[in-house]
Design a protein around this ligand. Structure first.
Ligand code: ADP
Ligand code: ASP
Ligand code: MG
Length: 460
């Protein structure tokens, strides 16, 4: 087939996560997947496994030069393994060296000025720039016209470093104007996770943001399918690393998948589903090591809609309780509280109220790339001026996800039977038909989730 003249009947954006592009062999398996599907015209890659964590460590400011150079050495070793397997083509080697030099420069300057947000983003973005450079070369060596393109040409965001918000209209215009035309001629290999503001400054979308990038590009380009290739063969009924009885789910609705991603199923970044819903793009999740196992399809409608579909969990939750006697019979207290949270770019997750207090957890969607805390001293100070604030940490959020949860008799009984011997710090149910959520102490969450999954999803 001559790919230069091929017009795909459908367009797929495929994203490959860190383990899928960890080394040459892993990248080569991804190439098999891409070459087998002519509809895949845009390939979004994460940084090779481990690289972003190393860059985050550097971004915190490593003052001891030996230690800093050792971290840079670890990154270089990961990237050079791939470059060597590619036969060290001169042009690619030169570009890779430039990227590694930039890492050195940014990390050296952060050693004296740790956490400076714009520079942290410039540093973190280099991981994806390395992996996309190498992966495009691998595709070309496999005989496929492919070009690494800088996602900052199209991924316009605001200037909020570490947790930037995409500017959807600009993104769509730029992607249509700059990328849509050439898609038939050569596949585009590009970076997840990173973007640029209107002044061209590099931004990042938050940890795990490559899924979100791929979904945004799929929406902007009007793709039919978004394929998320990772290290598991689909979305499971619970994290398979925690629950051995967890099973892959062949088909999920957008609503269920969005709830799972929001409430901690790390396999999808929490914001991934929304662009797909807006654009009606079907989402597939599969394993790049074993594509033959199939995976999960996420669509608008599904054939089966069971009451219990999955259990997910989010660790390290912070509960904020605000008390104020002014709340009693008063109007506007919640509006004021939410306005403060919004000014600090925090969206509320779970919430319960009593006459004089409100307890809430913070939505960690798009958690900051550099690992900065959502709950800043500035926020606490502002809240402290209007009410008494209590902060509890070390909690875990558990979500039972499914359908008709709020209108099916007996759900509460089945869930809370499991919790007989555990203290439940907070319960939320009713706003959505798709979830029941509660908070428990972080030290108790593993057995709670395992038992809950066993009772709800393993017993027939
Ligand atoms: P990638 O690097 O490809 O983005 P991630 O590590 O971010 O991959 O996500 C894949 C991991 O998500 C799996 O290895 C698995 O441990 C975890 N995970 C958590 N919950 C689920 C779930 N419900 N189904 C599948 N995987 C899950
Ligand atoms: N490389 C980034 C991270 O590790 C983004 C991603 O992999 O999705 O968070
Ligand atoms: Mg991920």
């Amino acid at each position: 087939m001559n790919t230069h003249t091929f017009s795909p009947v459908s367009l797929t954006v495929a994203k490959f996560g860190g383990t899928s592009v960890a080394d040459y062999a892993a990248m080569d398996r991804c190439a098999d997947i891409i070459l087998a599907d002519p509809s895949v015209r845009v390939v979004v890659v994460s940084a090779s496994s481990g690289v972003t964590n190393l860059l985050v460590a550097l971004s915190a400011g490593v003052a001891e030069n030996d230690k800093r150079l050792a971290l840079l050495g670890q990154i270089a070793a990961i990237q050079y393994q791939i470059l060597d397997a590619l036969g060290r083509p001169a042009e690619v080697a030169a570009t890779l060296d430039q990227l590694l030099t930039e890492m050195d420069k940014h990390s050296a300057s952060l050693a004296h000025l740790p956490g400076e947000p714009a520079r942290v983003d410039a540093l973190l973005a280099l991981g994806e720039q390395c992996s996309s450079l190498l992966f495009a070369e691998l595709l070309r060596q496999r005989g496929e016209p492919a070009r690494a393109r800088d996602v900052r040409e199209v991924m316009r965001t605001d200037s909020h470093h570490g947790r930037a918000t995409p500017q959807l209209q600009e993104l769509a215009q730029l992607a249509q104007g700059r990328w849509a035309v050439g898609l038939n001629a050569e596949r585009i290999v590009t970076q997840g996770f990173i973007g640029a503001d209107a002044d061209g400054n590099t931004t990042t979308l938050g940890r795990g943001g490559s899924d979100f990038s791929a979904a945004l590009l799929a929406e902007a380009l009007g793709a039919d399918n978004l394929a998320i290739w990772t290290d598991v063969d689909g979305i499971y009924s619970c994290d398979p690393r925690l629950v051995s009885g967890a099973r892959p789910i062949p088909e999920l609705s957008f609503d269920e998948a969005a709830e799972m991603a929001t409430f901690g199923a790390k396999v999808l970044h929490p914001a991934t589903i929304l662009p797909a819903v807006r654009s009606g793009c079907a989402v597939f999740v599969g394993c790049s090591r074993s594509p033959e196992l199939g995976g999960t399809w996420i669509r608008n409608q599904t054939e089966l809609n069971p009451v219990y579909r999955a259990v997910s969990l989010r660790r390290n939750q912070t509960l904020l309780t605000v008390h104020s006697l002014n709340m009693l019979h008063a109007q506007g207290f919640l509006a004021e509280l939410f306005a403060i949270l919004a000014r600090h770019r925090i969206s509320v997750d779970l919430i319960t109220t009593s006459e004089v207090s409100v307890a809430l957890t913070l939505d960690s969607t798009g958690s900051d790339s550099g690992g900065r805390e959502l709950l800043t001293p500035a926020l606490l100070e502002e809240l402290g001026q209007m009410c008494r604030v209590e902060v509890e940490t070390g909690l875990a959020l558990v979500a039972v996800i499914g359908n008709r949860i709020a209108t099916t008799a007996g759900v509460g009984k089945r869930v809370f039977e499991v919790l007989e011997n555990h203290n439940v710090r907070m319960i939320c149910q009713g706003a959505s038909a798709h979830n029941l959520c509660f908070l428990v102490d972080g030290s108790e969450v593993d057995p709670v989730v395992q038992e809950l999954h066993g009772r709800l999803l393993e017993q027939v």
